[in-house]
Design a protein around this ligand. Structure first.
Ligand code: SAM
Length: 224
């Protein structure tokens, strides 16, 4: 028997996912910070920076996804070839966490706050195999207070290996992390792409610790 869902089953599942997402948004509009899950073009653009990592083989890359929502980026990461043992998916909302567990039963998906990522990743056992190469963030970072941004970025860089990157999308053209906070945390940023077909259009930014700047300094659009 084929496990590929029929088009009508896929449509029903997609509608259920959007309903769960909208309910999460109604409970916490600032936390969810979007009324629709990200589209395919944005999901692809979020993965592009993985090719810049020293080991560009997706099967070897260790990735943590933050704020997975209904799993738009999770799907893309799995399809891209990131191995399930190397992927940790984090979502704070309990209904969305339940949906993700249903949708990706083979993955390690934890209900946790990105502000306490290090402890959550340690407790899950993920860090026993080493730090992450990349954090892919689906969080609505732009709508968060600076203290929350600081806490999330500090936690993320505490689980990243040297040279690792934090990939973040935002609606608009400017970095969602201010220059002042980037300087405080010693981060360099470059804009890695624009998903103009997304609703609404979104930019992708890559943050790295300053000492890795030599690695990214040839990248067009690098800013400090
Ligand atoms: C903008 S939505 C993006 C969802 C999905 N990544 C996408 O692009 O469609 C933000 C998601 O982050 C989750 N979230 C918000 N704050 C969080 C936090 N502190 N820790 C973990 N997840 C969080 C929300 O519940 C929501 O699912």
């Amino acid at each position: 028997m084929s496990s590929t869902p029929t088009p009508s089953v896929s449509r029903v599942r997609a509608a259920q996912q959007i309903r769960t997402f909208l309910r999460a948004w109604a409970r916490d509009p600032m936390g969810v910070a979007a009324v629709l899950p990200s589209g395919r073009q944005l999901s692809q653009k979020m993965l592009k920076p993985l090719a810049l990592l020293p080991d560009s083989d997706p099967a070897q890359q260790r990735v943590i996804e933050l704020g997975a929502g209904t799993g738009a980026f999770t799907r893309a990461l799995v399809d891209h070839g990131v191995h399930r043992a190397n992927l940790l998916v984090v979502e704070r909302d309990s209904a969305l966490h339940g949906l993700l567990r249903q949708r990706f039963p083979e993955l390690q998906i934890i209900q946790a706050d990105a502000c306490a990522l290090r402890t959550a990743a340690q407790t899950s056992g993920y860090l026993a195999d080493g730090p992450a190469d990349a954090v892919i963030s689906g969080l609505g970072l732009l709508s968060m207070p600076r203290a929350t941004q600081r806490s999330i970025l500090s936690e993320a860089f505490s689980v990243l290996r040297p040279g690792g990157c934090f990939v973040q999308f935002t609606y608009g053209h400017a970095s969602p992390v201010s220059r002042a906070l980037r300087e405080e945390l010693g981060l360099h940023v470059h804009r890695a792409g624009l998903a103009w077909r997304n609703a609404p259009p979104a930019s992708v930014f890559v943050y790295q610790r300053a000492f890795t700047a030599a690695h990214t300094s040839d990248t067009p659009g690098t800013t400090q």
